[in-house]
Design a protein around this ligand. Sequence first.
Ligand SMILES: *Cc1c(COP(=O)(O)O)cnc(C)c1O
Ligand code: SF4
Length: 460
Amino acid sequence: MGLNVIPPSENLHAIKPVVDESTLVHRQVLRGPFWQKIPAYANVSEAEFLDHKWQAKNSITNVPKLLAALGKLVDPGFVEDANRGFDKAPMSVRVSPYLLSLIDWERPYEDPLRRQFIPVGSKLLPDHPKLGLDSLHEREDAPVDGLTHRYVDKALFLALDTCPVYCRFCTRSYAVGIDTDEVEKFHVKAHADRWGQAFRYIASRPELEDIVISGGDAYQLRAEQITEIGEALLAIPNVRRMRFATKGPAVMPQKILTDEAWTDALTRVVEHGRKLHKEVVLHTHFNHPAEITAITEAAMNKLFERGIIVRNQSVLQRGVNDSAECMKLLVKRLGHVNVHPYYVYQHDLVKGVEDLRTTLQTALDIERYVRGATAGFNTPTFVVDAPGGGGKRDAHSYEHYDRRTGISVYTAPSVKPGAYFLYYDPIDTLEPDYQRRWASPEEREHMVDDALAAAKARLR
Ligand SMILES: *Cc1c(COP(=O)(O)O)cnc(C)c1O
Ligand code: SF4
């Protein structure tokens, strides 16, 4: 019975009907040895599955390994399709056993986790003609290799170039992962020299208060490196806030539970920061409610008990989380494990993942449903990181948006005054007439010119 002991008819305040507890699915995270349904993990004990070293060692990096792990669980047609996908993928591939176990292998095409990590040749779409590698111009705004200083008071420090998993849709595919045939990477190595240069630059800029430590991924830093970077930045007087950015909790929460040296190193930096009245937090990246299990809950509880704030940045993706129901469930489940939903990003223009992008209108529609579903501080802001280096803009703040051409125009007066930034909806979502216009290079430029003229007219 729980709390609803007063029959609704006798409850004078029953303005709303009592909600049936079984419908509060955000609280129902996956428990038990769910990994044992994967043939390769059928005899893997809980202790082994929780061991972060076992997770890292058994991560899948190619199709033969995928096949070996799944055995008869997958259809040969799908394997063939994945083979073609891996061949064309501009990213390295790495999937943790944890993620692999969360995928529904009876319906791999529809599965939201499979879609994020394992490419299939048959679903790939041509790239948008306006797409370029490093579409956010992170390198143009970099005074030092691997340090992007775009906004006035905050900077992005790319400490290293590896990740616990590789996401198909990575914005930094220009820098992350080992080389593939498709992309010759611009390498950002974890070299002490380069770090020292970045720290000296930060110390030389009194206006810099906020440092994002990313990569790659802070999960890949050794405990001593977490301490080294954390302490070096805490020692710079102008640095007031820092965030360690990692996909880790979403793809390998085990590490927080079993890599005690790493979790303790992070805790010590947070605690030292607190003594200095400086905020040190963890930023992570959950995209789908199924990525949050009882293991995640235990890991997030551990961080919460240590007073470590965790915020989340999601990417809106077609067939992954592009419905109001899914996004509401994600946001409520994040709140349930004490992770604050911070941003939902419009998907960047990234090579080879046009099938994952949505229209801007999708973001605008979903935002309406998410706002009001839970506490305001647990309600993410939907943002567009417009190509060209304008930084993150509130999705609703476009100066102009033509749903037929799919072009939206943003300005960023405090970042790049006077400049215009354009975002492009995926072409396959447009009306056939407009898909045809995009096929013509001349027509493209007309559409872009018209959009810019409309935005400028509005601002005049
Ligand atoms: C995202 C980002 C930041 C941090 O921005 P917030 O809006 O404060 O989260 C800083 N620098 C760069 C280059 C970024 O892309
Ligand atoms: S974990 Fe982050 S940086 Fe690494 S591949 Fe995924 S999105 Fe890119």
